[in-house]
Design a protein around this ligand. Structure first.
Ligand SMILES: Nc1ncnc2c1ncn2[C@@H]1O[C@H](COP(=O)(O)OP(=O)(O)OP(=O)(O)O)[C@@H](O)[C@H]1O
Ligand SMILES: [Mg+2]
Length: 375
């Protein structure tokens, strides 16, 4: 047995079994196009020995619904048998070589709607009512297989467009982040630097006393604001991320900032591997950042460990902290706390997965995986 047009292996198998049970030489499944004016060939099989080699089975990819036997099944909405296909009043099959002699075609129906035709041909003797009965049973199986294939295809298309949208969204947010970073840097930071310089000049002129103490207080607040803005600038646009090896370097810098601001010691462990593309690196960095901010804000940890590893064609990232831990179920149910929910959604949209493990008193592990081309 040899099969052609392998659009759907399961449908090819249905045709192959149809040939066996009806003792036919050739068979095919055509699905009705949306315009219902032609059928698209989606599966075809022949018995090689009786057809004398692979080249003997020539089939059109498109079968019109008028002027031929397969089309007649569609037009009438019921099965069609012919003992002499070459001279049948319904016409002959265009483009099928060698020509059909005997023919049996049955409709493929899904929830009562005709969606295509399962046809077999060239049995040595005429087709019987028993053949028609068997072929109709196979057609029911084929219709379910077609439905499943369409559902799978629809799901795949939906996933593809979700990913496309996510990528576009990332490009837009990335551009926006760059603009905000540039504005903060060129405007607010410059003004803050000017304020710091003036405060220094003023301090040099003021004698020791309550005014000078107040001024020093203000200077310290300005310096804190400067630090906070620099951290914000870094998070908005870690400069290293666009460079080769930039992800590790950006994470290391972020861990140093974490230690400076909170005293939490951070460590990065990474398995050697190729560099990840900037788009993936940006997503990984943002997800890690959320985990690190959570560790800094909620955990009371003394140490965090970030692990990066190549796994299953993607990048696996993990943050372990030795902090207080929490009830994941309770946190997920608490309104207004979005960080973890957004992180889960972001990995999901990028085609990856996200996992959270925490136990009160035993620290927290955040782990996620992203495909390497992911946005
Ligand atoms: N590493 C951690 N250690 C201890 N508790 C944590 C940790 N990470 C998260 N939590 C708990 O889970 C809750 C939800 O975290 P989530 O990041 O979703 O929101 P949030 O940090 O409170 O607010 P935001 O929306 O600004 O991120 C936190 O409020 C905290 O109680
Ligand atoms: Mg958070």
């Amino acid at each position: 047995m040899a099969c052609g047009a392998p659009d759907e292996p399961l449908l090819d198998r249905v045709v192959a079994h149809s040939l066996e049970v009806t003792h036919s030489s050739v068979g095919l499944i055509g699905l009705l196009a949306r315009a219902r004016d032609h059928l698209d060939l989606v599966a075809a099989c022949r018995v090689s020995a009786s057809m004398g080699g692979a080249c003997a089975w020539a089939l059109p990819r498109v079968i019109p619904v008028r002027g031929n036997l397969i089309g007649a099944v569609v037009e009438r909405g019921r099965s069609k048998t012919s003992d002499d296909a070459g001279a049948d009043p319904d016409g002959t099959e265009p483009g099928i070589r060698p020509p059909l002699r005997t023919f049996l075609g049955v409709p493929l129906r899904l929830e009562g709607v005709l969606i295509g035709v399962l046809a077999v041909a060239n049995k040595r003797c005429r087709y019987t009512a028993a053949d028609e009965h068997l072929l109709t049973a196979f057609a029911d199986h084929a219709a379910v297989a077609v439905d499943n294939t369409r559902l799978r295809r629809r799901q795949r298309d939906a996933d593809d467009s979700r990913r496309r949208l996510h990528r576009q969204l990332l490009v837009v947010t990335e551009t926006e982040r760059r603009c905000i970073a540039a504005d903060i840097h060129d405007d607010v930071m410059q003004k803050l630097t000017a304020v710091e310089l003036r405060l220094q000049r003023l301090r040099a002129r003021l004698p020791k006393g309550p005014e000078r103490l107040l001024l020093e207080d203000v200077s310290a607040m300005v310096a804190q604001t400067d630090d906070a803005l620099r951290l914000l600038l870094f998070d908005l646009r870690p400069p290293a991320l666009d460079l080769p090896g930039g992800l590790s370097s950006a994470i290391r810098t972020r861990l140093q900032m974490l230690e400076r601001d909170t005293g939490i010691r951070g460590e990065l462990r990474e398995a050697p591997g190729e560099d990840v593309p900037p788009r993936t690196a940006r997503t990984v960095f943002r997800l890690l950042r959320e985990g690190l901010i959570n560790a800094a804000t909620h955990s009371g940890a003394r140490h965090v460990l970030v692990v990066l590893d190549r796994r299953d064609g993607g990048l696996l990232a993990r943050i372990d902290d030795d902090g207080c831990g929490f009830s994941v179920a309770a946190a997920e149910a608490s309104p207004g706390h979005l960080g973890l929910t957004l992180a889960r959604e972001r990995t999901d949209l990028a085609g990856g997965w996200f996992r959270l493990e925490s136990e009160i008193g035993a620290g927290t592990t955040v782990e996620f995986w992203l495909p390497v081309d992911a946005g």
